[in-house]
Design a protein around this ligand. Structure first.
Ligand code: NAP
Length: 226
């Protein structure tokens, strides 16, 4: 049986392109989306299998894990790509904390919830990988002001990557944070690089050999400063 990868936020942007590239490599790709219709359309284009999943909804996440268990009995690659709120209109000093809270539900608790629900299935894989799609905006080494909801939730996601990598090392689960670079999507806007280039670094982390890194922060396969 081919390797099985699950991607959150697979209906558009970088997530959809990651699904397409993994399907091209022979993976069985579960393209998940919170809209069933959008997921079906994107999956048909990407050569993937659609599945409804809202990362903020525990019932949805647990239900999807049960469905993957029933159909495949394991998961080889989990890619947490879904994210919201690139809040260029806000500053930390005056940010609407309800907006920050809402962003955390998707950008931090979403991936966290996904990992907890899918860990039993990842443990059944012979080469499990978790890829958290982060951003260089989360690099504390270069942190400036602005986009506070986005930046703080991605910083926390990076912390989650570090903790999970350490905790899951005995299970040989490789866990990494990946920045796709500035990519021309609905979130990135005009001027970014093509989505295929941004997705390639995520596919790199999803297909690392067993000897590959864990607990790292990378773009295009090269380390970024935390
Ligand atoms: P995008 O085009 O805005 O797509 C975001 C995706 O996340 C959509 O599929 C969206 O689904 C999904 N999503 C949002 N909330 C969700 C939820 N509760 N449950 C499930 N799916 C949900 O963004 P993108 O540019 O492709 O970004 C993908 C990843 O790359 C994100 O983690 C982002 O932070 C990261 N990133 C992007 C850039 C960039 O320049 N684009 C740079 C650095 C990092 P709906 O269609 O239903 O809204």
């Amino acid at each position: 049986m081919s390797d099985i990868a699950l991607v959150t936020g697979g209906n558009r942007g970088i997530g959809r392109e990651v699904c397409r590239q993994l399907a091209d490599r022979g993976f069985t790709v579960l393209l998940t989306a919170r809209s069933e219709a959008a997921g079906k359309t994107a999956a048909a284009e990407a050569g993937a299998i659609p599945m409804r999943l809202d990362v903020t909804d525990n019932t949805s996440v647990v239900g999807a894990a049960a469905e993957v268990e029933r159909r495949y009995g394991r998961l080889d690659v989990l890619i947490n790509s879904a994210a919201i709120t690139y809040d260029t209109w806000q500053l930390a000093e005056s940010a609407d904390l309800a907006v920050v809270h809402e962003a955390a539900e998707t950008n931090l608790y979403g991936p966290w919830r996904m990992v907890q629900a899918f860990l039993p299935l990842l443990r059944k894989s012979s080469h499990p990988r978790i890829v958290n799609v982060s951003s260089e905006a989360a690099s504390l080494a270069r942190m400036g002001g602005g986009t506070p909801a986005y930046n703080t939730t991605k910083v926390a996601l990076n912390a989650l990557t570090r903790m999970l990598a350490a905790e899951l090392r005995p299970d040989r689960i490789l866990v990494n944070s990946i920045c796709p670079g500035w990519v021309a999507t609905d979130m990135g806007g005009l001027g970014g690089r093509p989505v295929a280039e941004g997705a390639a670094g995520i596919v790199w982390a999803a297909t690392l050999p067993d000897s590959g890194p864990t607990g790292g922060f990378f773009r295009d396969g090269r380390p970024l400063p935390w």
